[in-house]
Ligand binder design. Structure first.
Ligand code: NCD
Ligand code: ZN
Length: 347
């Protein structure tokens, strides 16, 4: 018998870009309506590198979300070459920083202040290892001589692999994995290593981006790889292995910034996130595995309690609009122009 409703323990999103200002006002509730908590990326301009900046940003997020949602933003520190271990420790002890984010310098949107060489943040990483503060990793090398489709694999082989050997106690989330190699790397790692998987990398491969015309709304970083990698990600996501959990990497950019001669990287998946994962899990015959992936494995890794409430999805074909607009802002969401099978029931 076809299942027509799906009730899940309230999920969390372990990787979001909520931006700031008018964009924050526009996008925050798309996340808050379905997720109880979200790990908020710190790649603002300027980046969130201090406890005070994180508190102020958290206040702006809370002001942008209707209070009745009961949404909790979990803040992260943006690691730079010069950030101090004391600042990270203070933020963690004060309950402001849940984690710290490693952007290799110039790897992605707003990463110009990122880390140019991991050796520069060694004392910070040692402190994080000691205190059990999760390190969230954008796992790509940036050398111009490395092909963009190989940047994740080379990062694992030349940076993350050696780092984990030297600091086996460091708790690491390899964010938005895109390859079979990463799946195997995470599976083979210790219990201190986990990974997030986005909704879009479970559905898009590089053909979706490049065949029949260049499709800027399918462009994100790390860039989608060959189909076989997408299939490996799908298998990992539905496997029930708690090392793999939900992190959308919803990354809104205005339509004009994506539809450009030099379009920005990022896919705005928040308006359709849980529905998209549900569709993928159902296609894999694994709807029963969604709750672990979306609502349990993340908090277990972060050592946070499970959420108490639930959300319900209904089988109800729903057309996703070609664009979403608020004031001057126009954004094309993931699944734009498609009909989706599931719909989140709003109370
Ligand atoms: C993100 C963004 O726009 O901030 N873009 C993306 O393609 N994922 C940055 C990031 O997570 O790499
Ligand atoms: Zn991201």
């Amino acid at each position: 018998m076809t299942q027509n409703t799906l009730t899940l323990r309230k999920p969390d999103d372990w990787h979001v870009h909520l931006r700031d200002g008018a964009m924050l006002e526009f996008v925050a509730d798309f996340t808050a309506r379905q997720f109880a908590r979200a790990i908020v990326m710190p790649n603002l301009t300027p980046p969130v590198t201090t406890v005070d900046q994180a508190i102020a940003y958290r206040d702006r997020i809370n002001a942008a979300v209707p209070a009745e949602r009961g949404f909790t933003p979990l803040m992260t520190a943006y690691l730079t070459d010069t950030i101090s271990a004391d600042e990270i420790e203070r933020g963690f002890r004060e309950g402001v920083f849940t984690a710290a984010k490693l952007y290799p310098q110039n790897a992605t949107t707003n990463s110009a202040h990122g880390v140019s060489d991991i050796a520069n943040i060694r004392p910070v990483l040692e402190r994080m290892e000691k205190l059990g503060i999760p390190l969230l990793v954008h796992g790509e090398v940036v050398s111009p001589d490395i092909d963009i489709f190989d940047r994740e694999a080379v990062f694992l082989d030349t940076v993350l692999g050696p780092l984990l050997k030297e600091m086996p106690g460091l708790r690491v989330v390899l964010e938005h994995i895109t390859t079979e190699h990463s799946v195997e790397f995470v599976k083979a790692g210790s219990e201190n290593l986990a990974a997030t998987i986005t909704a879009h990398h479970l559905r898009i491969d590089r053909n979706d981006m490049l065949v029949g015309g260049i499709r800027p709304h399918a462009y994100c970083l790390p860039v989608a790889k060959r189909r076989l990698h997408k299939l490996a990600l799908r298998k990992a996501a539905v496997s029930g292995n708690p090392k793999f959990f939900l992190g959308t990497d919803t990354a809104p950019h205005e339509r004009h910034a994506k539809e450009s001669a030099c379009g920005c990287a990022g896919i705005f998946s928040a308006p359709v996130a849980i529905e998209s994962y549900a569709q993928t899990f159902e296609e894999e015959g694994a709807l029963g595995k969604l709750e672990g992936f979306a609502s349990e494995f993340g908090p277990a890794f972060y050592r946070l309690p499970f959420n108490e409430g639930t959300i319900t999805l209904k089988r109800q074909p729903t057309d996703i609009p070609a664009a979403l607009e608020a004031g001057d802002i126009k954004i094309v969401p993931f699944h734009a122009g498609e009909a989706m099978a599931w719909r989140l029931v709003e109370d």
